[in-house]
Design a protein around this ligand. Structure first.
Ligand SMILES: [Zn+2]
Length: 335
């Protein structure tokens, strides 16, 4: 038996309970968990909405645990025991054409830790070894703060084909994804404009911070002839994305990875195609993006911010306060 954060129905259904400890199956490992993040997806599971509605309750929450491998299933090298790892939430099927070509983010048959199977907000978790990434040189909280957000940001940068010297607009720059995007864009050598609702206090040197206010009036804050080569939108606001796409230059590329605030996107179709613009939506990340993300953090190029931390016993407070906590990853210390 193991203690784990079990979700029945609604926030009041969250309990830390003793649950069965499954044996790792073929290709799987059991991890003794140190940390796991609090994520919007957990709140969707709790509320039974959006992608969270796929969860069969009761479910152990926790999509991005970090810890140490303590047991392996058939087909996994016993040398993996003792490895310090962090778990990528999206599990690709491993068999489809996209998976076989290393484009796991496009796999149509992905499942998600903590949604389709029990997650990592517990003393132990069992996951496929393929999504347990070595985190040597990174403490568990930093690895948890990296593994879900930064790989998606890297995938958005790839989708927008951001290159050194590009005039890059990052919208939604104030959130966890946005701060990672600004930092990575600066690291890449792009000329970064970071648009956020509230003033960005700690933007890297050389980054132009653009405060657009609660009305999210991006167009009104740009010069009439101002244009960008690339847009990375992590705001979740279709209204903001539409304004950003309108500011693309000839051949400009935009990519986005969230639509949680509003979903209806309006673009000027004529200006879009005559201007040879492109727009891509990105969800999840390839396995290679996770390795790149962990390397970027190890090298000091990107610094994931850790906000509040809570012990597992205090987890209901973590979820209650999650919508209002300061920017940065919210971490549950399991042990
Ligand atoms: Zn697949």
């Amino acid at each position: 038996m193991r203690a784990a954060l079990l979700q029945a129905h609604g926030l009041d259904g969250l309990t830390v309970a003793q649950v069965d400890e499954p044996a790792p199956g073929a290709g799987e490992v059991r991890i003794r968990v140190e940390t796991v993040g609090v994520n919007q997806l957990d709140l969707n599971v709790i509320a039974g909405r959006g992608p969270g509605a796929a969860a069969k309750l009761p479910r152990v929450l926790g999509i991005d645990p970090a810890g140490t491998i303590v047991a392996v299933g058939p087909g996994v090298d016993a040398d993996r025991i003792g490895r310090r790892v962090v778990v990528k939430p999206n599990i690709p099927c491993g068999r489809c054409a996209d998976c076989r070509s290393g484009r796991e983010a496009r796999c149509p048959a992905q499942s998600v830790v903590g949604v389709h199977r029990d997650g990592g907000a517990g003393e132990t978790v069992v996951v496929p070894d393929a999504v347990a990434f070595d985190r040597d040189g990174l403490d568990a909280a930093t690895a948890t703060a990296t593994v879900h957000s930064l790989p998606i940001v890297l995938n958005v940068f790839d989708a927008a084909d951001v290159r050194p010297g590009d005039r890059l607009l990052v919208t939604g720059a104030g959130g966890t994804l946005g701060r990672a995007a600004v930092e990575y864009g600066a690291h890449l050598g792009a000329d970064v404009t970071a648009a956020s609702r509230h003033p960005l206090a700690d933007a890297p040197g050389g980054v132009r911070a653009l405060t657009i206010g609660d009305e999210a009036d991006l167009t009104g804050r740009l010069a009439a002839d101002e244009r960008f080569d690339a847009v990375v939108d992590v705001s979740g606001s279709a209204r903001l994305l539409g304004q950003a796409v309108a500011a693309l230059d000839w051949g400009g590329r935009a990519a986005f990875c969230a639509a949680s605030v509003d979903a209806r996107l309006e673009i000027d179709a004529r200006a879009f195609y005559l201007g040879r613009r492109s727009l891509a939506g990105v969800a999840s990340a390839d396995l290679a993006h996770v390795r790149r993300a962990l390397d970027l953090v190890r090298s000091g190029a990107v610094h994931p911010r850790i906000g509040a931390r809570y012990p597992l016993d205090d987890v209901r407070r973590a979820y209650r306060e999650f919508p209002t906590t300061t920017p940065g990853k919210v971490i549950i210390d399991v042990r």
